[in-house]
Design a protein around this ligand. Sequence first.
Ligand code: CO
Length: 435
Amino acid sequence: LNSNHRARAAAGASSDRQVSGGGGSISESRIADNLRRLEVITATPGDGITRLAFSDADATARALVVKWMRDAELEVRVDAAGNIIGRRNGSASDPAVLTGSHLDSVPNGGNYDGVVGVIAAIECARVLAERRAQTRRPIEFVCFASEEAPRFAQSSNRFGSRAMAGLIDPELPQRLHDSDGTSLAEAMRRVGLDPSQLASAKRDPSELFAIVELHIEQGTLLAEAKTPVGIVTRITGTTRFKVDVIGASDHSGGTPMTRRRDALAGAAEMILAIEAAARDLGGDLVATVGVIEVRPGAISVVPGLVTFGVDVRDVLEAPRRGAVRQIMEAIETIASRRALGTSVSLIRDDDPVVLSASIQDVAKSVAARLRIPSMSIPSHTGHDAASLSAITEAAMLMVRNRSGKSHAPDEHVDVEDIVAGTRVLCGVVEYLAGA
Ligand code: CO
């Protein structure tokens, strides 16, 4: 399938020399205005963007996007996963080119993560409508549902795009609950979705030609290189697992140091070993312990059970696999020296995604033609395009993030850089859709 797509993209590349997309009528003031209009839609005014998936704030933002899509003369539908799809027909019923991103946020996040890709996509649709452009393939402008996963379990992240790729178990919405006990299925019903129809959101690979997602960089490679636009080569692979360290809880006064099986002291040593392993391996590899639970959790009791979560990422597969192996060995060595038990359970194990080489080439030439500086970069964060890569050719563009922050209220991206990214995006999308 992939080589087939590549061949088709390459064929498009050679037969269509005049690419006019990305040109004059992209409006900086309209992009800035749309950013401002979404910025006020938050459950935490004055303290960042809190627009959790399927919440009231999310619904308000989504309604605005539906209106913008209709203004851009798109045919709008919402699939069973909650993805908003605005379609512009082509002259043929060829497979569609997709572009878009997400609007939902983490608690107290920023106004650019996801949002920039949605606004850029809609700006492309508006420019095409204003120009009365006719493409051969249809173009679908998508706002993916629930990319972030803070409300329900981590296994709900990239919910909309994974449903579109057929990668979500249809029973998942019944199984997941938020901290108030509301199931994902109930949350979906509350915003008018029917979770029992979830499987219908799946797209057949024959319906799709490619996806190109624009996103802000959640790092500083572009800012350091003073380059506004990144063309993404790979999306990081991620392994996450949970470790239970089993000791023996006992009285903190009555248990001499020589007779303890302290699960927390053991876990502490393991966490430092994980950090050391990642540092020693170097390169792009990162390993993080971001969550820990101690039981029974009393100041006068030797901890008997500790559970912590490990997140290991690298854009290359071999270093990630090597790091996971090394971490497992360190955990076992420390546990046996301290007479502790361990139990490890895998949460997820996603291989890196290699993005379309032919679309990267198209993006490079579009950027060069528009005289917009660009460079190839890896993505250390997961995105909706990674889900779709399971069923179609996938590509990503990134926009410089001068603040170096993301998932934080002070996340900031200059509107000039968003305009530069939008111009490249529109050029690529129009090129792939074919004149
Ligand atoms: Co995002």
